[in-house]
Design a protein around this ligand. Structure first.
Ligand code: NAD
Ligand code: DAU
Length: 348
């Protein structure tokens, strides 16, 4: 029997991974461990909360003793570790929260797994979900490969890079069966509206300015979140011990082109004159140390594990907008309270 611990399963990507694993593997026990920070929301997984193979555990990965207890009590055999502080802008104002959760929290989980597995690694796996931001910033050409040297430049990416190094150290030093993936920018349903795409959707719906950092010429490589969840499932079962897999959508967009596309799609769906939303575009002060371009070479996972993205950007963006239109309560809930304070501090 597999006992799979998923950390951060109440967040954006984690909720899609939890749903995928609960529905795909009825014979496995799926434990969703999440501290429910501002980014965690049990509404994201309400549809599967009564599944017999699912249990939610509210816990903070910074509490090492608690992690050890949970590994023993639930006899964890596999972990998919997604819990993290994930927003670059927040890491610029509060870097230590990122060191605590992303570095110390990951260290605690590794220690808990090492102690519980006690050298018996047969049928075990520690899967660490990471980001392409650890590779740094590209110029106009080139791609991130699995062996691209790490060059993190924000407190967020530096904390993720540190956690990646720790995970690899446990493989080399203790022989722990680990696997790591580094993925490009995700978008889709349940994305917290501090990140670019849901922030724009929310602001267009509320007729608020659309803040674009700098000149809007930074480039991101966008992947639909459900495709990422399938990639994670594939890597958990088929990924080779000690290996790293890059995940990406071959889908580069400059921010300004993406914003214009989204504006026009929103106008179309709202049945109003194209160009209306674009009038809200407002160029604001650039992000400190803003990475210019990310682009993933995903050949390894495609060739070795047979994963490719299934959703085109056109379809994915359309599904995403529709989801926000149909889930205005969700949007209102997550943007009430603390979000308003964050938004004022960040954009005033
Ligand atoms: P998110 O911020 O939406 O969710 C993070 C989740 O972790 C939340 O549910 C939160 O409550 C939980 N969490 C935070 N601190 C915790 C703690 N100390 N203990 C327990 N739970 C805690 O993040 P996301 O965008 O879903 O990202 C998930 C993972 O994927 C992260 O590790 C991130 O680095 C990585 N990643 C994200 C992207 C992206 O585009 N969003 C791309 C590549 C990789
Ligand atoms: O590449 C993977 C990473 O993608 C993940 O590891 C991170 O967790 C995730 O947050 C994301 O990081 P980015 O910084 O690329 O995403 P964000 O949505 O914050 O910003 C996308 C781009 O849009 C970036 O160039 C900054 C810009 N931006 C963002 C916001 C919030 C704006 O121009 N205006 C904004 O208001």
């Amino acid at each position: 029997m597999k006992n799979i611990l998923i950390t951060g399963g109440a967040g954006f990507i984690g909720s899609h991974v939890v749903r995928r694993m609960v529905t795909q593997y009825p014979d496995a026990n799926i434990y969703n461990l999440d501290a429910l920070t501002y980014a965690g929301n049990l509404e994201n997984i309400k549809d599967i909360e009564k599944a017999t193979n699912y249990e939610f555990i509210k816990a903070d990965i910074v509490d090492g003793a608690l992690m050890e207890k949970i590994f023993v009590e639930k006899d964890i055999t596999h972990i998919i570790h997604l819990a993290a502080e994930s927003h670059v802008d927040r890491s610029i104002t509060n870097p230590m929260a990122f060191v605590e959760t992303n570095v110390i929290g990951t260290g605690n989980l590794l220690q808990a797994a090492k102690k519980h597995w006690n050298g018996n690694y047969n049928g075990k796996k520690f899967y660490h979900v990471s980001t392409d931001e650890v590779y740094g910033s590209l110029g106009e050409t080139g791609f991130f490969y699995e062996d691209t040297a790490y060059d993190p430049r924000s407190p967020y990416s530096a904390s993720k890079a540190s956690s990646d190094h720790l995970v690899r150290a446990f493989y080399h030093t203790y022989g722990m069966p680990i696997v790591i993936s580094n993925c490009s920018n995700n978008y889709g349903p349940n994305h917290f509206p501090e990140k670019l795409i849901p922030l724009l959707i929310n602001n267009i719906l509320n007729d608020k300015p659309l803040p674009i950092y700098g000149k809007g010429d930074n480039v991101r490589d966008w992947l639909f979140v459900k495709d990422h969840a399938v990639a994670i499932d594939t890597i958990l079962y088929k990924g080779k011990e000690g290996e790293t897999y890059n995940i990406g959508g071959h889908n580069e967009w400059s921010n300004i082109d993406l914003v214009r596309l989204l504006c026009d799609k929103m106008d179309e769906k709202l049945g109003r004159e194209i160009g209306t939303a674009q009038k809200l575009i407002t160029f604001v002060k650039d992000r400190a140390g803003h990475d210019m371009r990310y682009a993933i070479d995903a050949t390894k996972i495609e060739k070795e594990l047979g994963w490719t993205p299934s959703v085109t950007f056109e379809e994915g963006l359309s599904q995403t907008i529709d989801w926000y239109f149909e889930n205005k309560d969700w949007l209102e809930n997550v943007t009430s309270g603390d979000y308003a304070n964050y938004y004022d501090k960040m954009y005033s």
